[in-house]
Design a binder for this molecule. Structure first.
Ligand SMILES: Cc1ncc(COP(=O)(O)O)c(C=O)c1O
Length: 440
């Protein structure tokens, strides 16, 4: 059924304009944005004012159903009372302390992270403030580990996958594939090698002592960093056999397996971490897991879990650090997020709503939609032709926030609190997307 007739644009009514000659409030604020912000993000889509649950409102008062959640960040949606209370209480108690001191929320959170990751005895947590910083810490750990395998003047290699995304600071960028964001910053860090995802032969070759020609020696591999579902690449899962081979080769060659769960972690795929998915990762234990995005439901935080004492002991006093890492406010927001995920069974909800989303999209009758991929509430719709930006723009004009993650793919990552009715409302808008849209 096509719902096109029932879907009306939300943000085109001239009556909303405060002063027609000055434009809408969105336009006025965006003009000032441009005059005051470095232009790294292009033009923001709207200027948002507030949010409640799974809805946000812009400065002109238009309401949007949010199927992006700040890019898989707002686990609990907007202004969840438990999250709000936790931050308010912590702010009134103690907000920031530096790492010369510790706080109870920080300690409790580290314990909780070890518990939900089912990390073995001796495992430890390091807190940072974002995904890129989490990966930065993991890569620094890998460099330290590499020094135990080879000399510093011929560093052990770190493998990363084509289409992988790990962040934009120079270290994490060195493991990030996309040429458009890498090239302007070259030279990046040495001894990073990219291999195609899900390619067994290339994986095997990367661990060999000589390169493909058989003539040149290769340094040993210190680590491989990967996402189990490549989020920024368009929500593309690795396959189970490949992941098994990665773990085996890491064991065989004493290399670290770093799993980047920045986007997939903290319940997004219907389990705490994607590496706990038995279908995809049976028997696979990582050596390092990185997390950020959804952990504190909108409060900036990231970090790593180092599995086992052998690797955890590589970090010694002074070797790495951060002013804000483990900040009590962020830790309180994260503890509240984990508490609500557990109490409200948001893992189960993510699994169920994920199934509803897949079925709803595939049965909605929109011929633009070729397939849906992903797990839980991290999904992407593959389109029949490259018009994702036009689709996202049309949806926004009709009250739904979605993301053109690739030219022919739409990413859907609503808050984990979303209920069946709101999810269906979003599917109805998607069902009504016209077929004749084309990207500029
Ligand atoms: C898998 C993955 N790793 C790392 C990052 C970088 O996170 P941040 O933007 O918080 O630095 C992202 C961001 O999209 C991501 O998806």
């Amino acid at each position: 059924m096509n719902h096109q007739n029932h879907i009306t644009p939300v943000n085109m009514a001239p009556s909303d304009q405060t002063d027609a000659s000055a434009g809408t409030r969105n336009q006025q604020w965006l003009k000032q944005y441009h005059q005051s912000h470095a232009h790294v993000f292009g033009t923001p889509l709207r200027v948002l004012d507030h949010g409640r649950g799974v809805y946000v409102w812009d400065v002109d008062g238009h309401k949007y159903l949010d199927f992006l959640a700040g890019i898989a960040v707002n686990t609990l949606g907007y202004a969840h009372p438990t999250w709000l209370q936790a931050i308010e209480k912590q702010a009134s108690q103690i907000a920031h302390i530096s790492n010369y001191f510790a706080s109870v929320p920080q300690i409790s959170l580290a314990q909780k992270m070890l518990e939900i990751a089912q990390a073995p005895a001796g495992s430890l947590v390091y807190f940072a403030n974002s995904g890129t910083e989490a990966n930065e810490a993991a890569l620094k750990l890998a460099r330290l580990y590499g020094r135990t395998l080879t000399s510093a003047d011929k560093p052990a290699r770190i493998l990363a996958l084509n289409h992988g995304f790990h962040g934009r600071t120079l270290g994490a960028l060195s493991a990030t594939w996309k040429p458009a964001i890498r090239t302007p910053y070259q030279p990046l860090l040495p001894a990073f090698d990219f291999i195609p995802a899900n390619d067994m032969a290339a994986l095997q070759q990367a661990f060999e002592p000589t390169d493909q020609t058989g003539k040149n020696q290769q340094a040993p591999v210190a680590a491989i960093i990967l996402e189990i579902i490549q989020g920024e690449a368009g929500v593309c899962p690795l396959n189970a056999a490949y992941l098994k081979a990665v773990r085996q080769l890491c064991d065989q060659h004493q290399a670290l397996l770093i799993i980047d769960e920045v986007q997939t972690g903290m319940g997004r795929t219907g389990i705490w971490f994607a590496f706990q998915n038995e279908n995809l990762c049976e028997g696979i234990t990582p050596d390092v897991v990185t997390f950020a995005k959804g952990i504190a439901s909108g409060f900036p935080m990231g970090g790593i879990i180092i599995f086992g004492q052998q690797y955890a002991s590589l970090f010694t006093p002074g070797i790495h650090g951060s002013t804000f890492g483990g900040n009590p406010l962020a830790a309180a927001a994260a503890l509240a997020t984990i508490d609500v995920i557990t109490r409200e069974n948001l893992l189960g909800n993510a699994r169920e709503r994920g199934r509803q989303l897949q079925q709803g999209i595939m049965s909605c009758g929109n011929p633009l939609f070729k397939s849906v991929r992903g797990t839980g509430l991290l999904q992407a719709i593959e389109l029949t032709h490259p018009c994702a930006h036009a689709v996202a723009s049309w949806a926004l004009d009709h009250g739904l926030i979605i993301n053109a993650v690739a030219a022919n793919a739409i990413r859907l990552a609503p808050p984990l609190i979303i209920q069946a009715e709101d999810l269906q409302a979003g599917i109805n808008i998607l069902a009504a997307v016209p077929q004749d849209l084309a990207d500029d």
